[in-house]
Design a protein around this ligand. Structure first.
Ligand code: SF4
Length: 345
């Protein structure tokens, strides 16, 4: 059943008008949902009884339920939610120096089949709706409300490929960004893609100035195609051309995500190839320690080797960060908790 969280603000105005209901009701509803964070229609005291009844009959007010919550030693918190159809989805809250960041899932499972990923082991069952993504963030925000804290950034980097669910992901981000919604600035919103070129080109023409991260993980086609099947459909040259178009249109810096896999993509020659590939771009590389997944044959690169890789990129003039690990003690790899629970079932 559709929820009110599925609507962007303009979509809600349009729907209200189609029902011959005054459009100022959209503002009232968004205030209840996103500012007061109330999801029981009966509590929305400035709405008429008839309107409340109509809303209750037309919409489900909450379509995700918390099933599990795990807090790591570093306070990274992983939530497992159950959706109305019984499917499970993961969300992660990370605490950074610069604020609280929520990693949102965009699909149930994923069809992209990246070889190092727990989510890719389980095929896509369906896309998440915009409302299901909004509720992931709102749930976390309501928990933070107890300490008067705020979600300050969102990364669509959880289970799923966001550009395989483009419209719902964009609607979700529009609501999160809207002043009527959670009002999180567009520069604090990031979509991470494995390299779906059509999505990159479409995003380049969106008025919403959100950040783009590319899961690159290899600097050449042979290695990337081995790790990420998407590279066969969109090889690196095509990906780079799309990114140049994206940059020309948006002037926004591109982030490359690079998971370091022991002995696979972490040699100095890979660092040099990567530097050659992105040389001259307004970009930075985020080196990520791998969280091993039981079913996959990869191991984590040692810190010493990771540091050498990092230093080499630095020497070559590439902006780079070596990402800190989050929540290693709570099945932190994307999709790991969900796949564990599915196996148990
Ligand atoms: S890394 Fe992302 S795109 Fe690749 S299989 Fe995992 S969830 Fe899908």
């Amino acid at each position: 059943m559709k929820t009110l969280y599925d609507f962007t603000y303009p979509q809600l105005v349009e729907w209200l008008e189609s029902q011959q209901i005054k459009k100022f009701r959209a503002k009232q509803l968004f205030t209840w949902l996103y500012k007061k964070r109330v999801n029981d229609v009966e509590e929305m005291s400035d709405l008429s009884k008839e309107f409340r009844e109509m809303l209750s009959q037309t919409f489900s007010m909450q379509s995700i339920q918390l099933k599990e919550k795990h807090v790591a030693a570093d306070q990274t918190t992983k939530y497992l939610f159950e959706l109305e159809d019984g499917l499970l989805v993961e969300t992660v809250l990370m605490h950074h120096d610069y604020g609280k960041s929520v990693c949102v899932s965009s699909q149930i499972g994923c069809n992209m089949g990246c070889k190092f990923c727990a989510s890719g082991l389980l095929k896509k069952q369906r896309n998440l709706t915009a409302g299901e993504m909004v509720q992931q963030v709102l749930f976390v925000q309501k928990q933070l409300d107890h300490d008067d804290e705020r979600v300050s950034s969102i990364v669509v980097m959880g289970i799923g490929e966001p550009f395989d669910n483009y419209d719902h992901v964009l609607n979700f981000l529009k609501t999160i960004n809207s002043d009527h919604g959670l009002a999180i600035g567009s520069r604090k919103l990031t979509i991470s893609t494995c390299g779906i070129v059509e999505g990159i080109l479409k995003l380049a023409n969106e008025p919403l100035q959100i950040n783009l991260a590319i899961s690159l993980h290899a600097p050449n086609d042979a290695l990337r195609s081995m790790l990420m099947p998407i590279n066969q459909a969109h090889p690196i040259k095509e990906l780079m051309e799309a990114l140049m178009t994206y940059y020309d249109e948006t002037n926004r810096r591109i982030t490359y995500e690079y998971i370091l896999l022991d002995g696979v993509n972490d040699h100095l020659e890979h660092a040099n190839e990567l530097a050659d590939l992105i040389h001259g771009q307004n970009a930075y590389v985020n080196l990520i320690p791998y969280n091993p997944v039981d079913e996959q044959p990869f191991d984590r690169t040692s810190f010493k080797v990771a540091l050498k890789f990092y230093d080499q990129l630095k020497k070559r003039g590439i902006q780079v960060t070596l990402r800190q690990e989050h929540g290693v003690d709570i099945d932190a790899a994307c999709g790991q908790l969900r796949s564990k629970r599915l196996k148990e079932q």
